[in-house]
Design a protein. Structure first.
Length: 158
């Protein structure tokens, strides 16, 4: 083989490898997916939640957390920006809960629907609609445990 053949084979190899890398990045990066943006609003702790954490809708993976920040208008509020698949039935009755995985301590956002208000929650990228974060079962148990402890202290003091 001559020098021209090696140069042609090298060029074809580089083009094939380059196109394979572009195709893999498009496939792995989910480019072109249309997503809706919402803000999950809370005043409680979101420890364990990170950007790129999973968003679930009734147990099905539908999106990811894109950013976590404090509300510039009210520093007590934490704003969690989520991106979910377009066409998901998000309504005015939709709520979010923080779901912590036991072993790792990483958190996910679980979306649910109370069924009370079936009107769609309209959103756009410039002004995302807000979804309230409800306390999880563990948070409720911790609060009631504190109340029980206070009640027992009052009972003992009597």
């Amino acid at each position: 083989m001559g020098k021209e053949t090696y140069a042609l084979l090298t060029g074809l190899f580089v083009l094939t490898l380059g196109s394979a890398l572009v195709a893999a990045s498009i496939w792995l990066g989910h480019y072109g997916e249309e997503r809706d943006v919402y803000l999950v609003v809370t005043q409680s702790s979101v420890s364990g939640l990170n950007p790129e954490s999973t968003v679930l809708y009734r147990g099905v993976q539908v999106g990811k957390v894109s950013a976590i920040s404090f509300d510039p208008m009210n520093s007590r509020n934490i704003l969690v920006r989520i991106e979910v698949d377009k066409g998901l039935p998000i309504t005015l009755g939709t709520y979010a809960m923080l779901r912590v995985q036991g072993l790792t301590g990483l958190a996910q956002i679980e979306l649910g629907d109370s069924g009370e208000n079936q009107q769609p929650l309209l959103t756009n990228n410039a002004n995302p609609a807000q979804i309230p974060l409800q306390p999880s079962l563990i948070d409720k148990l911790a609060d009631s445990g504190g109340n029980i402890l206070l009640g027992s202290q009052e009972l003992i003091a009597i």
